[in-house]
Every structure is written in C-alpha cells, then in structure tokens.
Write a protein that binds this ligand. Sequence first.
Ligand code: KG4
Ligand code: ZN
Length: 335
Amino acid sequence: MYVLGIETSCDETGVAIYHTSQGLINHILYSQVDMHSEYGGVVPELASRDHIRKLVPLIKQLMQESQLKSANINGIAYTAGPGLMGALLVGAATAKSLAWTWQIPAIAVHHMEGHLLAPMLEENPPQFPFVALLISGGHTLLVKVEAIGQYQLLGQSLDDAAGEAFDKTAKMLGLGYPGGPKLSVLAEQGTPQIKFPRPMTDRPGLDFSFSGLKTFTLNTFNSSEKTTQDKANIAAAFQQAVAETLSIKCKRALQQTGLKRLIVAGGVSANKQIREFLTEMTDKEHAEIYFPRLEFCTDNGAMIAYAGSQRLISGQQHQELNIFARPRWPISELY
Ligand code: KG4
Ligand code: ZN
C-alpha cells in the first residue's frame, strides 16, 4: 500500500510516499525558514500562504520523481494537529480533496505521533513498549508507549517547550531564528563556566519547566560584558542544563516504568549534546536508545506518511467529507 504523507503544521511543507512493505519511497521538504527569519519567528498568515503556494507543486514533483501515478496511491495521511490553524487547514483541505478525487481513504495524523514514530523509519527500529521523549518547538512530552495509539503521558512541560526555550534564549543572545540550531553551534565555542539550574530535578515527578532557566540565562547575560565569548559560554551552560535535565527525567521515567528502551524525537533531538547526554545515561542504565536520522528529527512528511500508513493498515480512516484541523490536540486522546 502506497501512502502519501502531507505535513503543513508550522513552517515546513513536507511530502512523502511510504510503502507498507517497501518502506520510504521518497520525500521532499520545503522549509520556510528564510521567509520567517526576516521577522524573527514564524508569521502564521505567511506560513499558510506559502503552504498554499508550495504544497501541490511539491506533491507533483514527489510523484514524478517516484514514477508513481495517482492510481498507484492507496491512501493519504495529513497532519490534522496540533499546529497553526491556517497552516493545518492547507494540508487538510488538500489531502481531503485529493482523497475524494482519487477515491481513496484519508487519515488525520497527530503531529506528535508522527514525531514519536519517526525512529520506525530507520533500519533498526525499536520494539514496543518504550518510553518516548518528544522535544519539539511546541511540546516537551514523556510518554509510555505500549503500541501505536497506546500512549500514557508520564510528564510534560508546565511552561515553555524545550525548543521554545532554545529559540527564546537564542533570540536573547541575538542569534535570530531558528534559534535552536544556531545556539548549539555557538555553544561549541564556549565552556559552561557558571552552573545553570536543572529545573524540577530536585523533586519527584516527570514534568518539566524551562521558563525559570530562561530567566536565569537572561539575568546571567545582562550581568555579563556581553562579549562573543560570554555569549558562547552562556549558550554552552544553557544547553548543558537542558541536556542534563532531560537526561535526569528520562532516567527516572525508565526506572519508574521498568522499561529498557528510550526513543527521543522532535526537532530538539537533533541537538548533538542532548543526544550525547541521553546516550551516556541509557548506556549506564543498560537501556537502548533510538533517534530518527537528523533530517527526520525536525518536521517532515515521511513521519506523517508512516504514522498514517499504520493507522490505515489497522482500518482507520477519515471518511466524512468535512475538513477538520485541531490546533490543540492532547496526544493522550489518541487511541
Ligand atoms: O519538531 P520541530 O521541527 O517543530 C515542532 O513540531 O515544533 O521542532 C522545531 C524546534 C525548534 O524550536 C528548533 O529551534 C529546535 O526544534 N531545534 C533544535 C535543534 N534543531 C532544531 N534545538 C536545539 N538544537 C538543535 N540542533
Ligand atoms: Zn514538529
């Protein structure tokens, strides 16, 4: 079964084709980063308009490159939420219209389930059950995963998401958008001279909070000389604090659930130091760790095509002709 995947929840237009026995056939990603960087962050209306411009030509290109015709496609998976309402509606309307025209099923995919299943696209995918740490621009979630659709929320961020904390800190240091990757590059030039807080690690529980860390970083920056080296040192201390906090919480989640498998996904899972800290922790815990390849950490169509294919195989589909998008959609509501 060939499944076309469409991702338009934020600032990337992603399309992909996944075949249920051959695996990933092809994928294309168009990033709007250059357009939004002028404004220092994502402008929702511009994002929607750009998805409208790019999505159909990208699907055409994808089909041509894959030497597939519409008659070959057996289902369409699209991100229905969470994300920006206008951006989601572009993907949802396109997916539903194509599915209706081609007389094939469409399936609404939860964006964070897409991230969660992204490691399944790799050569050595994890077996269920596992603990998933999902760290993106909008969410920080620790989830116990028994099977696809069986998600127990163990912990989440009470304020800023991990990626949001990276982005805001980067902005404060004058690094621009998108901040996460820029901050991590700068951090390599610095040493963490001041020890930053590891929020909420001094008490039990699996929730996160990054806004205090952001304020601590701001105060440290304001009381520094603000030289390039100061900025690099602050970036390094901030990144190390996030990496260690995530690692402490994941260790706790593994111990609490008794599971020996951790998957880490979402944009922030591309961060080298976070990968290193988590890998070291799982080695010590004699647990296995799985990440998506770097290009599938951040938003992409492949993870949506995969997640949708698994739900279509199990018989789910969105038959009604109405087009729906859910800007807010708790992952624990999935079944
Ligand atoms: O998953 P994603 O592409 O989009 C959302 O679903 O939000 O994640 C984007 C987030 C942004 O906050 C970005 O700054 C962060 O992931 N990010 C990183 C790195 N690459 C992307 N944060 C830290 N280090 C990185 N290397
Ligand atoms: Zn995402």
